[in-house]
Design a protein around this ligand. Structure first.
Ligand SMILES: Cc1ncc(COP(=O)(O)O)c(C=O)c1O
Length: 393
């Protein structure tokens, strides 16, 4: 197996961010990082808002939000008329779940690679309505074909009212064959919600190519947008049936404005989101994607080697653009959510390094991301310093 080479750095990219230089930030995937230029764009909008709040909210804000929505949808390859801005992926999921009109006897099918907060949301909606939540286990090493087969076998047409799948999973950093899954579910009449929280900015696949009934993606992770910026894309048959969590003044306007206008909030993160895409485009979208994916592959190999993990035991993300990778931790380490949190905090405090530690399937995993502000030596340093830290249990 050839050793992945670290990518050439993108000159000056680190200087675009205000990240603490005393810390290695190897976990872009959890909360992103907002470039300085985007922070300034948002601050200018806030200055405008504070100069005359009445004018800001009542003269043109709805149109400015609509303009932003069209900009973001076009970048994502989504139908602008089917796209609504929401605060985050978690909110988009909740909007869909509570719009389904579930009843006792219905079920929601999801996989064991799903995001924890989304699972809680499914469970609550099921408790509220008497529906059932069924979780399909999918082995980490399953091929795309095996994943599709497993989903096919698990669908219960007539009973499964929604299938929830991640386009790129959080805990396992695995790309799922979502277009094939959506096609198969459609044959069986089962609507699909694709949780694409990590997709905007990282992956080139368009929203249209997935074809889901519902697709939710965060711009505030890999799209460099201010936090609080996500989109929910809805297929035509559902648009009139989608209800916001909070009813406000655009309720009678219908989709998407009724979802977007959520009373008095700070809408500047949405309005500044195109500045995030501008940063991405200025650096070169393809160049950023190639850089980040190559750096994550290098990180996985360097840290995996240091932990004694054979290259054949390093999980493959299932696609060339994935900019986060996981490494199994030694047996018995971080096998529970509490254990994983404690280790993540210990690594942050003792090694001045931010990483994600996850417990998945009774095994602890380290997740490392690649971003334009990272350099190979940050992972090399972690590779030297992590094994002794793990040894001092
Ligand atoms: C797969 C997945 N879904 C949903 C979310 C939730 O995102 P947010 O906190 O922006 O709602 C995340 C966040 O990391 C995620 O990885």
């Amino acid at each position: 197996m050839s050793v992945p080479q670290p990518p050439e750095p993108i000159p000056g990219a680190r200087l675009l961010f205000s990240l603490d230089p005393a810390v290695s930030h190897l976990n872009h995937g959890s909360f992103g990082a907002v470039p300085i230029g985007v922070q300034r764009a948002q601050q200018r909008l806030r200055d405008e808002m504070e100069a005359n709040p009445l004018r800001f909210f009542t003269q043109g804000l709805v149109d400015r939000v609509a303009h932003t929505r069209r900009h973001l949808a076009t970048f994502l390859g989504a139908d602008p008329d089917g796209t609504a801005l929401v605060g985050n992926a978690t909110t988009g999921v909740a909007v869909v779940l509570q719009s389904l009109g579930l009843r006792a006897g219905d079920e929601i099918l999801s996989t064991d690679h799903g995001y924890g907060a989304v699972s809680f949301s499914i469970q609550r909606e099921c408790r509220r309505t008497g529906a059932e939540s069924r979780v399909l286990p999918i082995p980490l090493a399953a091929t795309d074909e095996e994943i599709v087969q497993a989903v096919r076998a698990a669908l219960r047409p007539g009973r499964t009212r929604l299938l929830v799948v991640d386009q790129l999973t959080s805990a396992t950093a695995r790309l799922f064959p979502v277009a094939a899954i959506v096609g198969l579910a459609r044959e069986h009449g089962v609507p699909v919600l694709v949780d694409a929280a990590h997709v905007p900015g990282m992956l080139s696949a368009t929203v249209a190519s997935v074809g889901a009934d519902f697709w939710v993606g965060n711009l505030h992770k890999w799209g460099y947008a201010p936090r609080g910026t996500a989109v929910l894309v809805v297929a035509p048959p559902w648009r009139d049936r989608i209800e916001p969590l909070v009813v406000s003044w655009e309720q009678e306007t219908g989709f998407p404005a009724r979802l977007e206008w959520q009373a008095t909030l700070d809408y500047t993160s949405w309005l500044a989101a195109p500045a995030g895409l501008f940063t991405l485009r200025s650096l070169g979208v393809d160049r950023v994607r190639a850089h980040n994916a190559a750096l994550a592959a290098y990180a996985q190999r360097v840290v995996g080697d240091a932990l004694g993990v054979a290259p054949t035991h390093l999980p493959d993300p299932g696609g060339p653009e994935v900019a986060m990778r996981i490494i199994p931790l030694p047996p018995g380490i971080a096998t529970t959510i509490d254990g994983a949190r404690a280790l993540q905090q210990r690594i942050a405090e003792r090694l001045a390094t931010e990483v994600a530690v996850m417990a998945w399937n009774d095994q602890g995993w380290l997740r490392l991301c690649g971003q334009v502000y990272n350099s190979p030596d940050e992972y090399e340093r972690l590779a030297v310093r992590l094994p002794p830290l793990l040894a001092q249990r």
